[in-house]
Structures are given as C-alpha cells and as structure tokens.
Design a protein around this ligand. Structure first.
Ligand code: SAM
Length: 442
C-alpha cells in the first residue's frame, strides 16, 4: 500500500481567507468493473457527499461505451466530480467544497468504494480573499431569484445509458435504479428504468427492449409473417429471451406449437421478474422453452419441420455473432417446411450497415432473389430508430406483401395491437431509394 502524498498549497493565515477548498484526488489500482458501473459510481459519489454532511442538489452521470464514466454531484457546498478510466483502474476525482464541510470524509468513503489500492491527493485553497476584492452589486434581483428557488429536498438524478458505435449513439436517461445486474457466461444482463420508456432490458451496453416501445418490435417480428403465410402451426423462435416475440406469436389461436431456444436463462429470469407484461406468455402450454444455443439447435433441427422460424437475436457480437452466419441460416432454411418463412432481426441500414447488407445477401443467396424481403420499422430506443426484419420465403409462390387486409384489421382490433396493421404491413416493405441502392450495391 503506497503512502498518501499530500501537497498543501496554503498556509494557516491564508487558509482562513479562502472561499473554497479543493482536493484533487488520483485513485489508482481501483476495481475496473466498479469504475465502469455508472449506477454504482453515481450512488457512491452522492453517498460520499452525504457522509461529509453535504446537501445534494443534483447528480448528472454519463456512461461512455465501451467504458468510462463521467459525472458531477452538485451540492449546496459546491460539487464533487469524477472521470474514470476503467482500462487503467484509474479515477480522477475533484472534491470542491466551501463552508465547514470536511471533504476528506468523502475521500475516505470513495477510496473504499472504488477499492483503490494506491492514491494521491492534493489539497488547495481556492479563491484566496487576499487576492479577491468583494464587489457590491445589487443582489436584490439575485436574492429574488434565490428566494424563488426552493431546494427540492430530494435531488434530481441525471444518469445516462449510452448504446453506441464509433460514429453515433443513443442515450437514455435512467433513474439510476438497478433492478437486475448479473453478468453471465454470455453477457451482462441488466434491468434499468427510464422515466420516459419505463423499465428496460440491457444486454452489455445495448438496449434490448423497453416497456414503452417493445410492441413496435414484437408486433412487427411476428404478425406480418403469420398473415403472409396464412396457415402457421409450428414455430421456432431463436433468442427472444424477453418473451415479447412468443407472446405475440401465441396470440394466434391457430398456432399449435412454439419452440423457443434462448441461450441465456438469466435473461428469461430477469424479464419474468421485472418485465412481466413482456414475459407474459411463458406459461402457455403450447410453448416449449429450451435454454440452449440456437445455432447448434438449428444444426440438429429436423428438416422441413417448421412453418415459421423467427431469429430474435441481439446484435452480431458475443453469443449472437453466429446468428448472422451463412451456416446458421442454411440450417434454418433446411428446417423450414417447403412453404415456410424465416424472419430475422436484421439490424439497421443506418446502424451496423455491414451486418444489414450481409444478412440480406445471405437470405437472398439461400431463398432466391425474389424471395428475400426487408421490412423497415421504427423503434425509438434503438440507435437511429430505423430498424429492420429480414425475411425469406421458401416457396416462390409466397408473396410476403400479400395479406387479407380485412382479416388483419379484425385481428388488430380484437387484440388491440398498437403498431401493426394492414397498411403498415405494406408500407414496411416499401424501401427508401438509399436502402434499395445499399442492397443492390454489389
Ligand atoms: N430486440 C433485441 C434486439 O433487436 O437486439 C433482441 C432481444 S432478445 C432479448 C435477444 C436474445 O438473443 C437475448 O436474450 C440473447 O441472450 C439471445 N441470444 C443471443 N445469442 C443467442 C444464441 N446463439 N442462441 C440463442 N439465443 C441467443
């Protein structure tokens, strides 16, 4: 354990004359996971202020993807700020206070919280009255403002979750509450809550589904294919651990059997507990739930056995990487009945473009040029908001755009669907020119 080094850039006489006290801290050899956890850092920084007797007014924290957190806690006695480099086990912390508050109490608390094994700190007085001259200005207007300002008593939290690639990001403000946070062999499974979108499932740093816009995705991944096929009985769902896809599929009384293969049981558990409206159909007797790898399941699947295969996988990283491979889709193709339909989470023409176009090539290669479709729809909490499902129809006779509109509208009314309808079915297949060009680029 290295000794603390202090540099007191002041002397007794001058101290009394300073407006503020500033401790600059270098926390080193910290636990990198702690330094990458925006919720616990926000919570610890607020607690560090409180421990020293501060009145917390506001906290604003941001998590950078892939790692790093920045944030500030505004207190009546000034502020505490932090920026972390988890990849170095390092956190730069500023404890700036005025008045009687002893910020060393906050220092001690954070040293423990970050499990810092080595640190240094410099304390300096700020705003030496010897150097400052008080200027009388009419404070009535500011006093009036000050009087109008009522201390909210409880502080406002500004904690942000960011899902991004190197060029763009989607940030969701969330309450800072963490309902579920387990790292499995496959991914980090978290349930967080956004004031605007309700509780949401995040896998690693990617938003998977939120209470307030999940229906966009789950209605469009299921109903268009079921109406385009017209006689779906046996369905295979790969992924879909939140349960939203099987919930929508099982709304159709004609469905006899749904087999769902989800690799990570923790996702199912977290969603059953915290997203019950999405994970609403796990007890349906027609559902066979398998916790296992969908890639090997497709490999061993009986040929010509499914009317519909839905690949509701996450982005092409980690366990889901193989869900974008030609080999996997080849096995899915074989497992489909001669008039079967495949629907796959297809990324976005504006985010992960390469995965989007490569998947189209794979499906077109397997199902044939006229039997590969792209259905575009909107999910506000996915980066860019524009997302796709990529479709393959095994029988050339199947026109994915052809539906019985009256039958669809009756179902929409009866089930109270909030996104899908007969016009959206057709509209989702109408691609903007830039997407057509993207797909015809080769
Ligand atoms: N709507 C989300 C999206 O667009 O990214 C997908 C949601 S769903 C939660 C994705 C699920 O796929 C996750 O639960 C993940 O564990 C599962 N998954 C990933 N790779 C898998 C694999 N190889 N086999 C089965 N499930 C897999």
């Amino acid at each position: 354990m290295e000794k603390r080094t202090f540099a007191l850039l002041n002397d007794k006489k001058r101290t009394m004359g300073a407006l503020g006290n500033h401790i600059l801290v270098e926390f080193m050899r910290c636990d990198p996971h702690v330094l990458n956890d925006v919720s616990s850092i926000e919570r610890d920084m607020v607690e560090a202020a409180r421990k020293a007797g501060a009145t917390v007014i506001n906290s604003t924290f941001h998590h950078f993807s892939p790692y790093g957190v920045s944030g500030v806690v505004v207190i009546e006695e000034s502020h505490l700020a932090i920026h972390t480099w988890p990849e170095y086990g390092y956190a730069a912390v500023d404890l700036f206070t005025c008045g009687e508050m002893d910020a060393w109490i906050s220092f001690d608390f954070l040293k423990e919280a970050f499990r810092s094994d080595s640190y240094s700190a410099i304390e300096m007085k700020r705003g030496s009255k010897n150097l400052l001259k008080r200027i009388d200005f009419d404070i009535s207007s500011s006093r009036q403002k000050a009087d109008e300002w009522v201390n909210p008593g409880m502080y406002t939290r500004n904690v942000w979750f960011t899902d991004k690639d190197e060029f763009q990001a989607l940030s969701l403000r969330y309450t800072g509450e963490v309902y579920h946070d387990v790292t499995t062999a496959y991914q980090r499974v978290r349930i967080l809550e956004s004031p605007k979108y309700g509780k949401f499932l995040a896998l690693d740093d990617m938003v998977m589904t939120t209470e307030n816009d999940e229906f966009h995705y789950h209605e469009m991944i299921s109903h268009p294919a079921i109406f385009a096929h017209g006689n779906v009985k046996n369905v295979l769902v790969i992924g879909g651990g939140d349960g939203g896809t099987v919930r929508e599929v099982l709304r159709h009384s004609g469905i006899e059997k749904v087999t769902m293969v989800e690799i990570d049981g923790e996702v199912i558990k977290a969603c059953k507990q915290h997203l019950p409206d999405i994970a609403a159909a796990f007890d349906d007797p027609r559902l066979e739930l398998i916790v296992g790898d969908g890639i090997s399941f497709a490999e061993q699947a009986t040929h010509s056995s499914y009317d519909l295969i839905i690949v509701d996988g996450s982005d092409p990283v980690g366990p889901a990487e193989g869900l974008f491979s030609v080999g996997f889709y080849n096995n899915c193709y074989k497992a489909l009945k001669p008039d079967g339909i495949l629907v796959a989470q297809g990324e976005s023409p504006k985010f992960n473009e390469a995965a989007f176009t490569d998947l189209h090539d794979t499906i077109e290669g397997l199902f044939g040029k006229g039997n590969a479709y792209v259905s575009l729809f909107y999910v506000p909490t996915y980066p860019t908001g524009m997302w796709s499902f990529q479709v393959g129809t095994k029988a050339s006779a199947t026109d994915f755009g052809h539906i019985d509109a009256a039958e669809v509208e009756a179902f929409v009314q009866a089930k109270g669907l909030k996104y899908y309808n007969s016009s959206i079915h057709t509209a989702s297949l109408a691609l903007p020119n830039f997407v057509r060009q993207l797909l015809q680029r080769k």
